[in-house]
Design a protein around this ligand. Structure first.
Ligand SMILES: [Zn+2]
Length: 240
């Protein structure tokens, strides 16, 4: 069984807030949880957050996780021209590659027109995780040119649902099961004026529930994959 825990590392609840409570308090807690559970995850950083919180990027790398790109400052690719989008991606990679090798990408809001695969390929990206099965993408894991698409399975708020509901959802997902969440979901957002689904069970409850998901899969013998590891696996199958 293949499972991935991924994080889109950005300022709080874009585009509604501009604070960084998730970076200051949420991300360190997530890293502690991943260390405690011995899970290697993929952290898609905006370049903006990497520049402002370089110590956290270093922690991600030092603790064995994968660093990926979540664009420069959370620009939505479907709202830019292809050329503006390409420039934002390239600027993001320039900053992030100052920390580590970066081969994986996730578009903000999981909005990723297909003509960007070519842009990713030209910029040395091997894995994209911008498509979403829950938004109707049905093609599963597949190559677009040399870029492997590994779609996200569920929307992030699923992992904050009461356990008796979410376990039904987990059992219905196809493999690989790719979860994503944001640092700001792990600090209390209940008092913010944002959509309800961005607020419920945020804070320590979200940490507890994420720990339960990991334990649930581990008890079934699941293996946790980073994005780069999918490329190693599927790339090998492609060459054979
Ligand atoms: Zn995002």
């Amino acid at each position: 069984m293949m499972v991935s825990i991924t994080f889109d590392v950005e300022h709080d609840c874009p585009p509604y807030l501009t604070t960084t409570r998730g970076m200051e308090k949420g991300l360190p807690k997530l890293l502690d949880l991943m260390a405690e559970k011995r899970v290697r995850a993929t952290f898609f950083f905006t370049a903006e957050m990497a520049k402002r919180f370089p110590q956290l990027v270093k922690r991600v790398i030092d603790e064995g996780h994968e660093l990926g790109s979540h664009n420069y400052n959370h620009e939505r690719l479907d709202k830019l021209s292809r050329d503006e989008g390409r420039k934002a991606i390239e600027k993001s990679l320039e900053v992030l590659r100052g920390f580590d090798d970066v081969v994986s990408f996730r578009a903000p809001n999981l909005q990723f027109p297909n003509y960007y695969y070519d842009v990713l390929e030209k910029n040395g990206i091997l894995v994209d995780s911008s498509k979403a099965t829950y938004k109707g993408y049905r093609e599963g894991v597949k190559f677009f040119g040399n870029v492997l698409e590994v779609p996200a399975s569920t929307t992030s708020s699923v992992i904050r649902l009461p356990w008796r509901f979410q376990r039904i959802i987990h059992s219905r997902l196809k493999e690989p099961r790719v979860y994503f969440a944001h640092p700001w979901e792990f600090v209390p957002m209940q008092k913010e004026k944002i959509r309800w689904d961005c607020r419920f069970n945020t804070g320590d409850k979200a940490i507890e529930l994420l720990g339960m998901i990991i334990d649930h899969y581990r008890s079934q013998g699941a293996r946790f994959f980073t994005m780069r590891e999918y490329y190693d696996l599927y790339g090998k199958l492609k060459r054979e």
